[in-house]
Design a protein around this ligand. Structure first.
Ligand SMILES: Nc1ncnc2c1ncn2[C@@H]1O[C@H](COP(=O)(O)OP(=O)(O)OP(=O)(O)O)[C@@H](O)[C@H]1O
Ligand SMILES: [Mg+2]
Length: 178
């Protein structure tokens, strides 16, 4: 497909490799706890990338993340696989907006500009599934969460990498997940 690049290309210059953490054999509950913890560390302007194969749990993680961030634990969070983008306002009117993108069906990075990624990042927190399909449309930096299937069907292996701007917060996350 046109305009694709590897995740490595998204690492900001001079800020690569500033931390990585790995969690083995995570249940869905642990993934959701991780999502809630990362959400509580997130702020306006953040970009959180969700990578992993079909059915890995990217939307599941995003759901818990968004519910926490908008302070509405029963909010309906549909997968954006068809709409490509969904936005959510905080229930209390206080926190940041959240945008949830899914780039799986993107053929060309220019489509992402049209979806309003830049505006979304300027106004709130952005979660993006399938960042590998975004090519040059993604700014460098952010947090990359990669989910991989494990030996058991209900377990996942999670790698969390700082692509820029998350160094201190990754340390806090590590402490919180211990
Ligand atoms: N440990 C786990 N973590 C996350 N999801 C799990 C886990 N175990 C089982 N599941 C199930 O796996 C499915 C993951 O689906 P989900 O839609 O979140 O995947 P996805 O990565 O967003 O897929 P797609 O690439 O199609 O968007 C859900 O039905 C979820 O309940
Ligand atoms: Mg999904």
């Amino acid at each position: 497909m046109k305009g694709r690049q590897s995740i490595d290309g998204l690492v900001g210059e001079g800020q690569a490799g500033e931390g990585r953490m790995r969690l083995e054999r995570c249940s869905q509950r642990q993934i959701e706890r991780l999502a809630v913890t990362i959400a509580s560390l997130s702020k306006k302007g953040d970009l959180v990338l969700l990578s992993g194969p079909l059915g890995a749990g990217k939307t599941t993680l995003a759901r818990a993340f968004i519910r926490q961030l908008i302070s509405d634990l029963s909010a309906e969070i549909p997968s954006p696989s068809y709409t490509l983008a969904q936005s959510y306002a905080p229930a209390d009117g206080v926190g940041p907006m959240v945008w949830h993108f899914d780039f799986y069906r993107i053929e060309d990075p220019s489509e992402i500009t049209e979806l309003g990624l830049e505006e979304a990042q300027a106004e709130g927190v952005v979660l993006a599934e399938w960042p590998e399909h975004a090519g040059s449309a993604l700014a460098a930096g952010g947090l990359l969460i990669s989910l991989a299937l494990a030996n058991r069907p209900r377990e996942r292996q999670v790698t969390i990498e700082n692509l820029g701007g998350w160094s201190d917060r990754l340390k806090l996350l590590e402490q919180a997940m211990r």
